[in-house]
Design a binder for this molecule. Structure first.
Ligand code: ATP
Ligand code: MG
Length: 254
C-alpha cells in the first residue's frame, strides 16, 4: 500500500478536493483505495457521504489503538474505503503529544492494513498540529496543494519547513510528489496576474520539486464532489491533468 498525504498549512488550499478526486479516479481505475480523514472538520467524511454514528469507531479510536485499524474502516463505494473523522478527532492531539512519538503513530496503525489496499490517501488538517504531523509522517509521498495567491505561497513555504523538520527527526523519508497550484484563475485565454505571479514564485521556491498542472478556478470541481463522481464522468477529462500526473508519479513507485 502506497500512502499519499495531501497537506498544506492553511485553510482552503485544495487538500480535501485533491484527496477526493484522486481517490475516486484511482478507484475508478480498479485500484483498492483507503481514504483517511485526518481533519477534525471532517469534510472528507462528509463529502464521501459517510455518517459517523455514535459508538462507531473513527480515526480517533484507531490512533489510540482502542480498536484494530480494520475495525475503523468503512466501505464508501466500489473500491473506495474510509477511516472517517468527526470533531472528536481533536482529542487525538493530547494523546499524540503525550505518546512521545506522535509523528509515527498513524504510520504504525496503517501498517496493519497494508495488504488490503493498493493506495491510501490521507487528508491532513490545515493547522500545524500533532494530527498534521502524524498525517505527514505516515506518507510515502506528499502532495502540497497551494492556492494561486500570496496566501498559497505562504502556505507552501510553511509546509516545506514542516516537512524538513519531519525529515530531521526521521519521521518522513519519502518524496514530495508535487506542488499543486489551486484555483488558478484565467479570463478566456489570459491568466490573471495574481495567479501567474504566485505560480512563478512557487516554481522558484520549489527548486527541484515538480509544480504540477494546476487546478483552475472552476465550478466543475465542486460539482464533481457534490455529485460524488469524477471530472471525466462529467465530461471534463482535461481538468483531470493534475491527477493523471500524480497517478503516473505514484505508479513509478509501485
Ligand atoms: P481546509 O484546510 O479547510 O480543510 P482544504 O485545503 O481542504 O481546506 P478544499 O476544501 O479542498 O480546501 O477547498 C476549499 C474550497 O474551494 C471548497 O469550498 C471547495 O468547494 C472549493 N473548490 C474546490 N475546487 C475548486 C475550484 N477548482 N475552483 C474554485 N473553488 C474550488
Ligand atoms: Mg480540507
Amino acid at each position: 500500500m502506497l500512502i499519499l498525504t495531501c497537506t498544506s498549512l492553511s485553510g482552503g488550499q485544495g487538500k480535501t478536493t485533491t484527496a477526493i478526486l484522486l481517490g475516486r479516479r484511482l478507484a475508478q481505475e480498479g485500484q483498492r483505495v483507503l481514504m483517511v480523514d485526518a481533519d477534525p472538520q471532517s469534510n472528507l467524511t462528509f463529502y464521501l457521504g459517510h455518517e459517523v454514528e455514535e459508538n462507531q469507531p473513527t480515526l480517533l479510536e484507531v490512533l489510540k489503538k482502542q480498536v484494530s485499524t480494520e475495525d475503523g474502516i468503512y466501505e464508501v463505494s466500489e473500491n473506495l474505503w474510509l477511516i472517517p473523522a468527526d470533531d472528536g478527532l481533536d482529542k487525538a492531539q493530547e494523546f499524540l503529544s503525550s505518546s512521545g512519538m506522535g509523528a509515527i503513530v498513524l504510520s504504525k496503525r496503517l501498517k496493519e492494513v497494508a495488504d488490503l489496499f493498493q493506495y491510501c490517501i490521507i487528508d491532513a488538517p490545515p493547522q500545524r498540529s500533532q494530527i498534521c504531523l502524524t498525517a505527514a509522517g505516515a506518507a510515502d509521498h506528499i502532495i502540497i496543494p497551494a492556492e494561486a495567491s500570496s496566501k498559497g505561497v505562504n502556505s507552501l513555504i510553511r509546509t516545506l519547513a514542516l516537512i524538513e523538520e519531519l525529515r530531521e527527526i526521521d519521521a518522513f523519508s519519502g518524496e514530495i510528489l508535487g506542488i499543486l497550484p489551486f484555483r488558478d484563475k484565467w479570463v478566456g485565454n489570459n491568466q490573471v496576474a495574481q495567479s501567474k505571479t504566485s505560480i512563478e514564485t512557487m516554481r522558484t521556491i520549489a527548486e527541484t520539486i515538480p509544480v504540477l498542472p494546476s487546478i483552475p478556478e472552476s465550478e466543475q470541481f465542486k460539482k464533481a464532489i457534490d455529485k460524488g463522481v469524477t471530472l471525466s464522468s462529467l465530461g471534463f477529462t482535461q481538468l483531470e491533468a493534475p491527477f493523471q500526473q500524480i497517478i503516473e508519479g505514484l505508479q513509478k513507485n509501485v
